[in-house]
Design a protein around this ligand. Structure first.
Ligand SMILES: Cc1cc2nc3c(=O)[nH]c(=O)nc-3n(C[C@H](O)[C@H](O)[C@H](O)COP(=O)(O)O)c2cc1C
Length: 172
């Protein structure tokens, strides 16, 4: 990798340029973004370095979600920490609580003119483990899901799945 060779020589500015060129061909390569962040730190361009690191983490985790490989610039992981649950019912209802929080975030995002998608993590243990690894989430904290947030690429008409036959009055 040209960038790494330049970095090893101490040619950090040129390394940044080399990583940028490589990223033009492979914009979601988390390694390239991470290395570019390191080179930017050496150039004392800390804000730009943080941007590269943040993008590296985004690309790393979304690649681990089978149905969540979107190109959104931001994401919110909704997590449950049962150690700080206020009472027994908070422990038993954590999935519902985190789902309500997720839905509220989705609605708020749309209210701000953004696009958002709920990407499921729990109860797929493989996805939970991957999120823990990428985001450094401890074992006692469970990720319910990840909401990816960006600018909508298309405008969709609101739809409905309402079926009157499924609505029951007084008795099922
Ligand atoms: C628990 C849960 C997990 C979801 N996981 C994903 C996902 O991994 N990827 C995705 O594109 N959408 C995911 N969605 C969003 C759904 O695909 C769908 O967009 C959303 O439920 C709205 O459905 P509707 O447009 O058919 O009404 C998930 C939704 C829920 C409720």
């Amino acid at each position: 990798m040209v960038g790494n060779a330049l970095f090893t020589k101490g040619a950090y500015e040129k390394a940044v340029e080399a990583y940028s060129n490589a990223l033009k061909k492979d914009p979601h390569n988390a390694f390239l973004l991470y290395f570019q962040g390191n080179a930017l730190v050496k150039c004392k361009k800390i804000t730009a370095a943080i941007k590269s690191y943040e993008k590296a983490i985004m690309d790393k985790f979304r690649g681990k979600l089978k149905y969540g490989n979107y190109n959104a610039p931001a994401a919110i992981a909704v997590l449950a920490n049962l150690k700080i649950a206020r009472n027994n019912s908070s422990i038993r209802y954590w999935v519902q609580d985190c789902s309500a929080a997720t839905e509220n975030i989705l609605i708020a995002a749309v209210g701000l003119g953004l696009g958002a998608v709920w990407c499921g993590v729990h109860p797929i243990f493989i996805f939970e483990g991957r999120m823990r690894a990428v985001l450094g989430i401890p074992k006692n904290v469970t990720p319910l899901g990840v909401i990816q947030i960006g600018y909508p690429a298309e405008k969709k008409e609101p739809g409905t799945k309402y079926q009157e036959s499924r609505v029951h009055w007084q008795k099922y």
